[in-house]
Design a protein around this ligand. Structure first.
Ligand SMILES: NC(=O)c1ccc[n+]([C@@H]2O[C@H](COP(=O)([O-])OP(=O)(O)OC[C@H]3O[C@@H](n4cnc5c(N)ncnc54)[C@H](OP(=O)(O)O)[C@@H]3O)[C@@H](O)[C@H]2O)c1
Length: 265
């Protein structure tokens, strides 16, 4: 994997333009602004909310209902490495229903890396669901490496809330929808800083519409997928397109890995 645009390039005597990037290089490449002393802390509430998505060149976010048919080996490497430094992995219920998310979300190597830096060995895990139509006996809960945080709404069914309260911390973040501002506040109250979200499109749409996503990491795969794979932001109804600054660009095997800082909506 090689860097074409590097977030630190202006501060380095010798930017890594063509060198192969090690895992540590990649983690450094994706450091949030607060950890990059040269740029200062750009976040508004001490949190940095990053979304990570993969798309085909024609904009499909899924193939046959899942995203794993889109990723290249380099995308899979990056997908795993972006979890490594996260304080919390944030995901929507639709993604968990489609993709599972049972068991450990980081490797033994990631755990060692985290422990060496004084981080909890596994990131916290937060799931957003308005309906709470989730099975407390699914592997997401029964094999969870840490007790999950369930971010929901006051309108959720009381019986489901009680059942899920046995296996997760359930916190209201709105009445009909979980409000992104409230989600940020709840995560900040828990001491999290780097929020790593793996989507899905509905969740990215809500954060983008609210102007509360800080970063989008987009893997653009050299594929034409066709079909009805939807888009990474779903059908979110934005008042106007949200702008982004390109702060990093990597390439491997024809796949592009774009790091965008989201600007004002
Ligand atoms: N290409 C990629 O990188 C990528 C990444 C992630 C997912 N995906 C794909 O995207 C598809 C899923 O799409 P999706 O839009 O359904 O994903 P999603 O955003 O993960 O899930 C949507 C569901 O999450 C809950 N949710 C999200 N935002 C909410 C909010 N603000 N308030 C309350 N609840 C909220 C709701 O759950 P309830 O229904 O429980 O109320 C909603 O129905 C899957 O096929 C998955 O494979 C692709």
């Amino acid at each position: 994997m090689r860097a074409l645009v590097h977030p630190y390039a202006s501060g380095l005597a010798s930017p890594m333009l063509t060198a192969d990037l090690t895992d540590d290089d990649l983690v450094a490449f994706y450091a949030p602004p607060g950890q990059d002393q040269r740029r200062g802390d750009l976040s508004r509430d001490g949190l940095w909310v990053r979304f990570n998505f993969v798309s085909s060149a024609d904009g499909a976010a899924t193939v046959h209902g899942r995203s794993d048919g889109l990723g290249t080996p380099a995308d899979q490497r990056l997908f795993a490495l972006l979890r490594r430094p996260a304080d919390v992995i944030l995901v929507g219920a639709g993604t968990v229903r489609a993709e599972g998310y049972g068991g450990d979300l980081v490797s033994a190597e990631d755990r060692a890396w985290r422990e060496a830096r004084g981080l909890p060995s596994h990131p916290a895990v937060a799931l957003v669901s308005g309906s709470l139509e989730l099975d407390p006996e699914s592997t997401f809960f029964t094999t969870a490496p840490v007790r999950p945080l369930l971010l929901t709404t006051t309108g959720a069914d009381a019986g489901r809330r009680a059942a899920l309260g046995e296996v997760a911390d359930v916190v209201d973040c709105g009445t009909d929808q979980a409000e992104p501002a409230r989600i940020r506040a709840v995560l900040a109250e828990r001491g999290h800083r780097l929020v790593h979200s793996e989507g899905g499109p509905t969740l990215l749409g809500a954060f983008t519409a609210a102007g509360l996503a800080d970063e989008l990491c987009l893997s653009l795969s050299p594929l034409l997928a066709g079909g009805a794979g939807g888009r990474i932001i779903g059908d979110a109804d934005l008042a106007s397109p949200s702008g982004m600054d390109l702060v990093g660009l990597l390439e491997e095997d024809g796949a592009l890995f774009l790091r965008y800082r989201v600007t004002a909506p």
